[in-house]
Design a protein around this ligand. Structure first.
Ligand SMILES: *[C@@H]1O[C@H](CO)[C@@H](O)[C@H](O)[C@H]1NC(C)=O
Ligand SMILES: *[C@@H]1O[C@H](CO)[C@@H](O)[C@H](O)[C@H]1NC(C)=O
Ligand SMILES: *[C@@H]1O[C@H](CO)[C@@H](O)[C@H](O)[C@H]1NC(C)=O
Length: 282
């Protein structure tokens, strides 16, 4: 068959259109790799609007519960040609931690991440401590094992909040005498949506979310139990930010120890040397 110049041009344009659509499988293209084909259809992230709740029912500790941070993503993986196994899910790390419990003029106790405090690392893993580097292994991750013939669609989600207990009495004293006078907390996290190849450990960062939780509770320890604590600003938290560009994951965000195992409780008296009350777990 001979093509006239205009037919040839039309054929060429069709080729261009096919090329723009991705590839012409039968002519020259390899199937798209996982890296090129995975699509994040939707990402949501927010902090619930309820304020922190405070529980004074125990005469040993004050408990509080902050609103939840939540993140979820809808993901589409087109057919995977290769015999590859990928896990897609959420990884979280703590970037900043101030967690101070003041006891009037005696001093304060403080939960600290020593390597973060001393600027030895940028981030500490917030994995559940079992499924490193993942934040969890229930709703938080999904695994796709190739080859697959059809699209795989799934949602991966995670949530986080703080629910600590703070002693009414000075932690280094045996007395339960209430002295706790204020609690301040300011913590920042980075949360990544990531795909990791099980065999090669190739890591794709798909989305990056930053969030922060701030808290200030004022306490009058002389008042009766149940009437001591008052929640101050910020009552409404800043909403998380889904970043416009991906951030690389610092190595310490992927490995042991996690924040729970690395944290220490310090007693920092008004005068004198600080004391380690609870050492790190690892
Ligand atoms: C995101 O939020 C919208 C509105 O609340 C909801 O309809 C949608 O299902 C959410 N998507 C994901 C992936 O959670
Ligand atoms: C999640 O991790 C736990 C602890 O390692 C394990 O026992 C469980 O089988 C895992 N669940 C899934 C769905 O992988
Ligand atoms: C993050 O990286 C993924 C994979 O390379 C890409 O698809 C996505 O558009 C990037 N996101 C942003 C916000 O740059």
């Amino acid at each position: 068959m001979r093509l006239s110049p205009s037919d040839a041009w039309a054929f060429f344009r069709i080729l261009l259109i096919f090329n723009a659509m991705g590839c012409i499988h039968s002519i020259r293209c390899k199937p798209r790799s996982f890296r090129e084909s995975i699509i994040v259809l939707e990402v949501n992230s927010s902090i619930d609007s309820n304020p922190t709740s405070i529980d004074e029912s125990s005469n040993v500790v004050l408990r509080y519960r902050t609103p939840h941070f939540r993140a979820s993503a809808r993901v589409l993986v087109p057919p995977v040609a290769a015999k590859e196994v990928w896990t897609v899910g959420w990884i979280q790390a703590c970037n900043h931690m101030e967690f101070y419990n003041k006891y009037g003029d005696n001093g304060m106790s403080s939960w600290e991440l020593p390597d973060l405090r001393d600027c030895k690392t940028q981030a500490i893993s917030d994995s559940d401590g079992v499924n490193y580097p993942w934040y969890g292994n229930t709703t938080e991750t999904c695994t796709v094992a190739g080859p697959t013939k059809r699209d795989t669609r799934f949602t991966v989600s995670m949530n986080d909040n703080f629910y600590p207990s703070v002693t009414w009495g000075v932690p280094v004293c045996n007395s339960n005498e209430p002295q706790l006078s204020s609690i301040r907390r300011d913590q920042s996290f980075t949360t990544w949506l990531v795909a990791i190849n099980r065999a090669t450990a190739e890591t794709l960062v798909l989305q990056t979310v930053r969030w922060r939780m701030r808290l200030h509770i004022q306490i009058d320890p002389d008042k009766p139990l149940g009437q001591r604590a008052r929640l101050l600003e910020p009552v409404t938290q800043e909403q998380p930010q889904i970043l416009g560009r991906n951030e690389t994951i610092p190595p310490n965000a992927m490995v042991k120890p996690n924040a729970n195992d690395a944290q220490v409780l310090m007693w920092r008296p008004k005068s004198g040397d600080p004391v380690v009350v609870i050492p790190p777990k690892y």
